[in-house]
Design a protein around this ligand. Structure first.
Ligand code: F6P
Length: 541
């Protein structure tokens, strides 16, 4: 094993008996030493088992992986997505100022700015009512049809920014399950609904199937005029044209924008229509501020780097297989799902850039739910279960509901209480006293004390920010993108491809004929048995 990794493992072995609470007792300024801030976003990683030596070793690991140079290469437009032979330049979509970004010697910024302006004038005209429906009315609703990165980003961001939402209502359809589009379109008026078909490739089965259904829905109400209601977001202009979408309603982006990194450009169109130009621009500039910080801050104080190193410490050195994303921000309800794709599709890899087997566990399992709801569901396992799950809390100093600030106080109290409870737990002695106070005695007392004991010493990090503004949302999403990048660089993997999803797509195509009556004896008996079960006659309703 590489020397620094070996030192980290040894260090953990020799210090694991020291609890997080003891680390605070030994260092009264631990919070100052193990927290960092950038443009109002605070990352507190002091409630983890990391100490100075551990952090120094992790920073050495980042240096050894030449993280600084890798960051420069990404922002510079080098072809770091080696398996797809592409640059990785989602950061150019939110770049501020006039400096050029070169891909194959050509500055891509004029095109990006031009597309943003086209998106803004289209969105502005939909919002103002200047761009009319086929019957001359105002669009009241927008339905974005897309999946994965063409869905999760705008869904997450539109919900997150709902206090700024003053445009038409936005709805999202992703699943090929006909239930999704049926339930979304129910109650909408095709005469006043704009359909955005969002697909980078414009070949994704789910999206193209739902798009056909939506067009049929429009056509039933509008006849030939239905063609005036769809717009498209894609990098495949030939395919959008073949689908019949006129070029003035197509918003393109280059193949060096990965699907899960695409919210910053045309994939964000529905969010832009919802919140308007100024708010969307603030969202971009928040992300640009985090880009700047990532590129310039010393690694020791660099938020994405620290978040990444803490993640590595937990997954590789402590052996914790998952991470829980716990936004104490109800409007970030879709953030865990968004980060699941961002993190697991990027870093769920088994080989390094040169094709050799990755030496240690790569991307962890990401899951989560907003607090306080999660407290009444799965937090029991976080506090007393046999798995240790590093928790990542997100919390704002203020909510948007000024008249309900007393509720926000409760939200903050709950968030801080959870990270404190995870760390301190409740000792058996405390549990015994509690059981006694509840009237238990004798054998019952000991048994009850065991149930009331919380082991504690469970790590968490907290991201705290002033308020969930468009700027703050941009910062947070870019922070997580760069955290994923940092971890991927240290594991030596390509965080920008997703070959693992291909096989299932191919097999789904092969399985359609058997499900529609054809026989395919080449399949295993489980698949054939399930095909038989799933092709039973419909139950009587
Ligand atoms: O199947 C995975 C994936 O390719 C994601 O990476 C992507 O975000 C999603 O499908 C949708 O792809 P598209 O935007 O091309 O429809």
């Amino acid at each position: 094993m590489n020397k620094i990794w070996a030192e980290l493992v040894d260090h953990r072995r020799s210090t694991s008996a020291t609890t997080i609470t003891e680390l605070f007792q030994n260092n009264p300024s631990r919070f100052q030493s193990f927290s960092a801030e950038s443009d109002g976003i605070l990352l507190d990683y002091s409630k983890t088992s990391l100490d100075e030596t551990g952090l120094e070793l992790l920073l050495e690991l980042a240096e050894q992986a030449d993280l600084g140079s890798r960051i420069t290469e990404m922002f510079r437009g080098d072809q770091i997505n080696v398996t797809e032979r592409r640059s990785v330049l989602h950061t150019a979509l939110r770049r501020q100022g006039d400096t050029p970004v070169l891909v194959a010697g050509e500055d891509v910024m004029p095109d990006i700015r031009h597309t943003l302006q086209r998106m803004e004038s289209f969105a502005g005209a939909i919002r103002s009512g200047d761009h009319k429906t086929a019957t001359g009315a105002r669009f009241t609703d927008v339905v974005n049809i897309g999946i994965g990165g063409s869905d999760l980003g705008p869904v997450m961001a539109t919900l997150a920014l709902s206090p700024y939402h003053d445009g038409p209502r936005c709805h999202y359809v992703s699943n090929v399950d006909g239930a999704d589009i049926t339930d979304r379109l129910r109650g909408l008026d095709p005469q006043t609904t704009l359909i955005i078909i969002a697909s980078k490739t414009f070949t994704t089965t789910e999206t193209m199937t739902n798009a056909e259904t939506a067009i049929a829905w429009l056509r039933a109400a509008l006849g030939d005029q239905a063609s005036q209601h769809p717009a498209a977001v894609s990098s495949a202009r030939d395919k959008t044209a073949a689908f019949g979408i006129p070029p003035e309603r197509v918003f393109g982006f280059a193949d060096w924008v990965g699907g899960r990194y695409s919210i910053w450009g045309p994939v964000g169109l529905s969010t832009l229509i919802a919140v308007g130009r100024d708010n969307f621009r603030a969202f971009l500039s928040g992300a640009a501020a985090m880009d700047q910080h990532f590129q310039t801050a010393d690694l020791r104080y660099n938020l994405p780097v620290l978040l990444g190193l803490t993640g590595l410490w937990h997954s590789n050195i402590c052996g914790y297989a998952t991470r829980a994303i716990l936004p104490y921000e109800h409007r970030l309800a879709r953030l865990p799902a968004y980060l699941q794709q961002l993190d697991m599709e990027s870093n769920g890899k088994g080989v390094t850039l040169d094709g050799s087997k990755v030496a240690r566990a790569s991307g962890p399992i990401v899951w989560g739910e907003p607090g306080t709801n999660g407290q009444h569901a799965f937090f029991q396992l976080l506090h007393q279960g046999t798995h240790v799950v590093p928790a990542e809390f997100l919390i704002a100093a203020s909510g948007h509901e000024d008249a309900l600030s007393h509720q926000h106080d409760r939200l903050k109290a709950n968030c801080l209480a959870q990270s404190e409870a995870l760390m301190t737990g409740r000792s058996t002695e405390q549990a015994r006293r509690l059981a006694e106070s509840r009237g238990y005695g004798g054998d019952d007392l000991e048994r009850m004390a065991a149930h009331l004991t919380l082991p504690g010493n469970r790590p968490s990090i907290t991201l705290a920010y002033p308020r969930l503004t468009p700027f703050a949302l941009g910062q947070l999403i870019a922070l997580y993108e760069h955290r994923v990048f940092t971890e991927g660089v240290i594991w030596g993997i390509n965080s920008f491809d997703q070959w693992g999803v291909e096989l299932g797509k191919e097999l789904a195509v092969n399985l359609l004929p058997p499900l529609q009556g054809a026989s395919d004896p080449s399949k295993d008996s489980s698949t054939l048995g399930l095909v038989a079960k799933l092709t039973q006659p419909k139950p009587a309703t």
